[in-house]
Design a protein around this ligand. Structure first.
Ligand code: HPA
Length: 285
């Protein structure tokens, strides 16, 4: 058995002992969305530090725990605080929580993050539905011997951000009257924000938003056959697009301001996703 799989199984066994809850949707909360849990009918919480061998986040403002409960009656598992590559973890550790949530039962992965806007049509404070990503600047979490128990050696990546889920999120945004940009998310390692020249490079490559998470999680989830969707909160225009220097504090404050709208959209979207999963189970579509 590979070391990565061994560790994952250890965490899974430790988690199973603590919770019996079976989630359908896994949600990762990005910067500023940590309070989302207040809206959740919580059934159980598990601190990352209580799971044997689990990588623990060091970013201020990130609480490290899994929250199990219901959003609009849909069983969910929420990561309150994610693990970032720039913290120094191996990529396998960064995506371990995603793999764990799949093993707990989640079929859908809902990713959220704060990101810098690269597209000059974007404004700070907007939300962007992720339609595709560029993960080529960070190591793939699938490097190393393939873990056949999780997925295939060469996974297809043509529909990473699932089209059906994207349609549902667009419907949810329309229903709530929330404007939604669409675009490509590019992951860099961080932790430094980008230079103006790097942002010009990102734009040339076709990115609309840039951040330090998410794409690697989508790669691991896709490998395991999860359906994935994601929304970026454009907390700022990326470096060089305004005269303002960037700070993590500024990103967090901006995220806090838009959080209520973002939370509404996430809740409505999860409701619709849950309904669609139920209909599929009952063979209606
Ligand atoms: N760059 C990278 N990551 C980010 C940014 C940014 O401008 N804003 C929020 N996360």
């Amino acid at each position: 058995m590979s070391q990565t799989y061994d560790k994952l199984m250890k965490c899974y066994k430790s988690m199973k002992k603590k919770v019996k809850f079976k989630p359908e949707v896994a949600l990762i909360l990005g910067s500023g969305l940590g309070d989302y849990v207040k809206q959740v009918q919580v059934e159980a919480t598990v601190a990352y530090s209580d799971i044997e061998g689990f990588p623990v986040s060091t970013v201020p403002g990130h609480k490290g725990r899994f929250v199990f409960g219901y959003v609009k009656k849909v069983p969910v598992v929420i990561m309150q605080g994610r693990v970032h590559y720039y913290e120094g973890y191996d990529m396998a550790d960064v995506v371990l929580p995603v793999r764990l949530m799949k093993m707990m039962g989640a079929k859908v992965l809902f990713l959220t993050n704060a990101a810098g806007g690269v597209n000059s049509d974007f404004s700070a404070g907007e939300l962007m539905l992720i339609k595709d990503h560029i993960s080529s600047f960070v190591p793939s979490p699938l490097i190393g011997p393939n873990i056949d128990e999780l997925g295939t050696r060469f996974p297809d990546m043509s529909d990473i951000y699932n089209k059906e889920l994207r349609v549902l999120i667009k419907k949810a945004a329309k229903k709530l009257g929330i404007p939604l940009q669409k675009g490509v998310y590019l992951q860099l390692t961080g932790p430094a924000y980008e230079s103006p020249a790097e942002i010009r490079m990102c734009r040339l490559l076709g990115a609309d938003a840039v951040g330090m998470s998410t794409a690697c999680e989508a790669v691991a989830a896709n490998h395991m056959g999860m359906k994935i969707c994601g929304i970026s909160f454009i907390s700022n225009l990326a470096c060089g697009m305004t005269d303002e220097p960037l700070s993590h504090k500024e990103v967090q404050e901006a995220a806090d301001r838009v959080a209520p709208l973002f939370e509404k959209l996430v809740t409505e979207s999860i409701g619709m996703i849950g309904k669609s999963l139920k209909e599929k189970k009952q063979g209606k579509s």
